[in-house]
Design a protein around this ligand. Structure first.
Ligand SMILES: [Zn+2]
Length: 217
């Protein structure tokens, strides 16, 4: 088994440039009610970005960019030089042995302390209504409302990449930075990206190498 030598920690802030619909479940499907609510921290009640959503987004960006998705399934090749599998974990195909686990951990992104303070004083959210058009009859049907986290909200994001002996960590980090730039420039977070939701800005990206042998309490 290859030795785990170090980790690369990447920290940055995500600012919503548009209202964003993140995770969350419906509050009921009654007509006129809010169908979709953002996912919230159970204690603070503040909306947050689940690490799994961000991780899934970065993975799907790289898979699309490199043409790695087959019939909509995530890449399962498990090859060392794959831009996706060593970092995100090879997708497990039923009936086949797993081909390597994920090196990347993406933590849940909570509000920055500054934005949390602002939010506490004024817990804003916005409601966006969308019509689902009945294509056969050509009329708007079943208006849906969804609660979005408004533009201007800021989250602290953190990702940690485990690096094993023989890994090309520079290449892995390069792919992650590429995916983040694609997300910022031409993609979006959460649902409804093609309909004016989820554009983000990334600020203050820092990268730190942590040698395991240097760590002590
Ligand atoms: Zn792969």
């Amino acid at each position: 088994m290859a030795k785990w030598t170090h980790a690369v920690e990447m920290k940055f802030e995500i600012e919503l440039a548009e209202g964003t619909r993140i995770g969350g479940a419906g509050a009921g499907l009654d007509i006129g009610g809010v169908d979709l609510l953002p996912i919230r921290d159970p204690v603070s009640r503040e909306p947050y970005l689940p690490g799994s959503s961000l991780k899934g987004k970065l993975r799907s960006i790289l898979e699309k960019e490199h043409g790695l998705s087959t019939n909509g399934s995530p890449c399962s090749c498990g090859q060392k030089d794959c831009p996706v599998c060593p970092v995100f974990g090879a997708h497990i195909v039923p009936g086949k042995p797993p081909r390597g686990s994920a090196r990347l951990t993406v933590r849940d992104a909570h509000f920055t302390p500054e934005y949390a303070k602002q939010y506490k004083d004024n817990p804003v959210s916005e409601t966006k209504m969308e019509n689902i058009v009945d294509r056969i009859r050509g009329v708007a049907d079943k208006p849906r409302t969804q609660e979005r986290v408004p533009a201007g909200a800021r989250f602290r994001a953190e990702m940690v990449l485990k690096v094993f002996e023989g890994d090309d960590d520079r290449k892995m980090v390069k792919h992650l930075r590429n995916a983040l730039a694609i997300l910022e420039e031409v993609d979006s977070l959460g649902a409804g990206g093609s309909r004016g939701s989820g554009r983000i800005k990334i600020h203050n990206l820092t990268e730190k190498k942590i040698a395991l042998a240097d760590l002590t309490l």
